[in-house]
Design a protein around this ligand. Structure first.
Ligand code: 6SD
Length: 246
């Protein structure tokens, strides 16, 4: 899959893309990332990318021209792939959206900065608007990296594990069960006995119940959307009964 990121701050994005799993995924040809500095498509002497808002008021607005020029130079006119704007006004990014994007061969991510972008970019260039959460950042660079990261790890081979992303929180609709590695005892805190038992059916049941318990405690909203087995249902009924006993 190919990603093209359009930003005024490519140097902010580059280190994250080079490190760890995303760096390896590029080396292995599983993903390709183009990082494009919008400023390099300005044609004026001072390479201006922002200007004061019509109608007055504070803050600066990203100019339409350099953004259109950059995106069309790289992706053609009209662009060959969806152009996603990262903005608090977009639809919320979820694992389902990450899965949707991971089926595409090519995705462009457009990072705003300053107070906002000229509305004509949104109207006539952008095809999709995504928010990574209900909080306000200084620019779209971190959201673009979040989207690229979440989408990339769904591409087969990007995770080292052959089982890939299938055990993830949100893939199952549940929060993850607790993980432990060596040593068995750390500062007197021990790994749960069942994980050392070698009984794989019992381990699977324990993990399932821990995932259900965590989800019930922390994100009960997730349980409502879920298909549960009879055993799962009994376990949750037990939890509910124990709670009313307290
Ligand atoms: C002006 C931006 C771009 C400013 C943002 C996106 C989310 N979910 N929070 N904040 C954001 C994106 C803020 O450029």
């Amino acid at each position: 899959m190919r990603f093209d990121i359009f930003t005024l701050f490519p140097e902010v994005c580059a280190p994250y893309l080079q490190a760890s799993m995303l760096g390896r995924a590029q080396q292995n040809g599983l993903i390709a990332v183009g990082l494009h500095d919008i400023r390099s498509w300005t044609t004026d002497r001072h390479h201006v990318t922002d200007d004061a808002p019509y109608g007055g008021g504070g803050g600066m607005v990203m100019k339409a021209e350099p953004v259109f020029t950059a995106v069309e130079a790289v992706l053609g006119s009209p662009p060959v792939c969806p152009v996603v704007l990262l903005t608090p006004q977009g639809r919320t990014f979820t694992q389902a959206v990450a899965m949707e994007f991971s089926r595409l061969p090519h995705l462009a991510l457009l990072c705003g900065h300053y107070e906002g972008i000229d509305e004509r970019i949104r109207q006539h260039l952008v095809t999709d608007e995504i928010s990574v959460g209900d909080y306000v950042l200084t620019g779209g660079e971190l959201p673009a990296l979040i989207v690229l990261d979440a989408v990339s790890r769904l591409i087969p081979g990007v995770l080292g594990d052959p089982d890939g992303a299938q055990d993830d929180s949100f893939a199952s609709g549940l929060l993850e069960y607790p993980h432990y590695t060596r040593p068995v005892s750390f500062r007197g805190w021990n790994v749960p006995e069942v994980l050392l038992s070698g009984n794989h059916a019992q381990i699977a049941r324990w993990r399932r119940e821990q995932a259900l318990l965590r989800t019930w405690q922390r994100r009960p909203d997730l349980l409502e959307k879920l298909e549960l087995s009879e055993k799962d249902r009994q376990f949750l009924q037990r939890l509910a009964a124990e709670q009313t006993d307290l």
